[in-house]
Write a protein that binds this ligand. Structure first.
Ligand SMILES: Cc1ncc(COP(=O)(O)O)c(C=O)c1O
Length: 381
């Protein structure tokens, strides 16, 4: 979709992009200035493989203050974006013959991280009507001796679902019982709307469950720093050490300027992040209302991240301009061609009924995009 949209844009066509997976805000000025100072002061060289000591210490301080998790710097690995931490943890933990639970709808990269480690993703359903929490019956049916890990992403991309503490305790207990490592992708930890976010490792500790948890976090979304490529993993020392060895061979260390700026991001003024979240909430309320107003479309209210995930199945297997809309790729393609609006087909996330809309864009764009889609949908028979 993005490629077609780019081609259309290059021809001067007015395309509205509701597919972006990154904040439309710029990095806050205090963080940019910290990056500039880092360069002026000569922090332009390789750093320690697992990350600068002062940045790992800043991460520990943040984890303690905001997540209630006490860790030492040896429990931390800094990566070139959280994506690298997630990919590396799969390389460190899994091998051929292993299976790893991934919940559907999933972020597209999860099954691929598992496959890159030569292991097999086991796709388990979630319940849309219950914030996309796991379908524990489905998990039970699919549980086997081969499973070595489980990947969780709450708040979720693409659904915006945030799991309840009960669901998390349940999965932690299952992980403990079966000796699975639980990988928690907490990329959207700060982008929650209706209640405070609680880290899975905090729930693990508070309830003395003692499951093995690796938490992966990112500066990308919280601080609008996607291009700086800074993320980190925290967890038991033996796993962090193994990850560090692999990452060291792959990339030596994370970006030095980004790590220095990251200290300011984590420990400096948080006002910008709070403002961004308030703005996302207004946009969420707007887009969900507009989507639910579309004939045949239903959208549950996402509790986190910046995606809405409406059900478009009413339009599946209908016709427009003589073409059959056989799947969400076809619906998304038609919306792009006719309405000039970019959306992401749910089939890519293992969800054949939905489209993903990002609201990391301004309200005017959201309103215009949905207005165009409304017109397009009326032509489907
Ligand atoms: C669910 C999820 N996890 C991880 C990432 C990766 O973040 P980073 O930019 O830190 O690599 C993304 C980015 O889109 C994401 O949506």
């Amino acid at each position: 979709m993005a490629t077609i949209a780019a081609e259309m844009k290059s021809k001067g066509i007015d395309v509205i992009n509701l597919s972006v997976g990154e904040p439309d805000f710029n990095t806050p000025v205090n963080i940019i200035n910290a990056g500039k100072t880092a360069m002026d002061e000569g922090y332009t060289k390789y750093t320690a493989g697992p990350g600068m000591i002062e940045f790992r210490d800043a991460i520990c301080e943040k984890l303690k203050r905001e997540n209630g998790i006490d860790y030492d710097r040896s429990n931390i690995l800094v990566s070139n974006g959280e994506k690298q931490s997630l990919s590396t943890v799969c390389q460190a933990l899994f091998e051929e013959g292993d299976e790893v639970v991934v919940f559907r709808p999933y972020w597209v990269s999860f099954p691929e991280f598992v496959r890159l480690a030569n292991a097999e993703p086991i796709i388990v359903n979630t319940l849309e009507e219950q914030n996309y929490e796991p379908d524990f019956d489905d998990l039970k049916i699919k549980t086997s001796e081969k499973i070595k890990g489980v990947i969780i992403n709450s708040p979720s991309n693409p659904t915006g679902g945030v799991w309840s503490e009960e669901a998390i305790k349940n999965i932690l207990n299952i992980a403990k019982k079966n000796n699975w490592v639980l990988i928690s992708d907490e990329c959207y930890e700060k982008i929650v709307y209706d209640r405070d976010f609680i880290s899975i490792e905090k729930i693990n500790r508070d309830n003395n469950i003692n499951a093995t948890v690796i938490t992966c976090m990112s500066l990308s979304k919280t601080y609008a720093m996607t291009g700086w490529r800074i993320g980190y993993a925290s967890g038991p020392i033996d796993i962090i050490k193994a990850m560090s060895k692999i990452q060291g061979q792959a990339t030596s260390c994370a970006n030095s300027i980004g790590q220095k700026a990251g200290i300011e991001a984590l420990l400096g003024n948080q006002e910008h992040t709070n403002k961004m979240i308030l703005e996302y909430k207004k946009r969420r309320d707007l887009i969900v209302a507009l989507l639910n107003h579309l004939s045949g479309v239903t959208c549950v209210t996402p509790k986190g991240a910046f995606y809405a995930f409406p059900d478009f199945s009413h339009y599946l297997n209908k016709y427009v301009d003589g073409k059959l809309l056989k799947d969400t790729f076809a619906i998304s393609e038609y919306i792009l061609e006719y309405a000039k609006v970019v959306t992401v087909p749910g089939d890519g996330f293992g969800s054949p009924k939905h489209l993903r809309f990002s609201y990391a864009t301004n309200k005017k764009t959201i309103k215009e995009g949905i207005k165009r889609i409304e017109k397009a949908l009326k032509r489907i028979i």
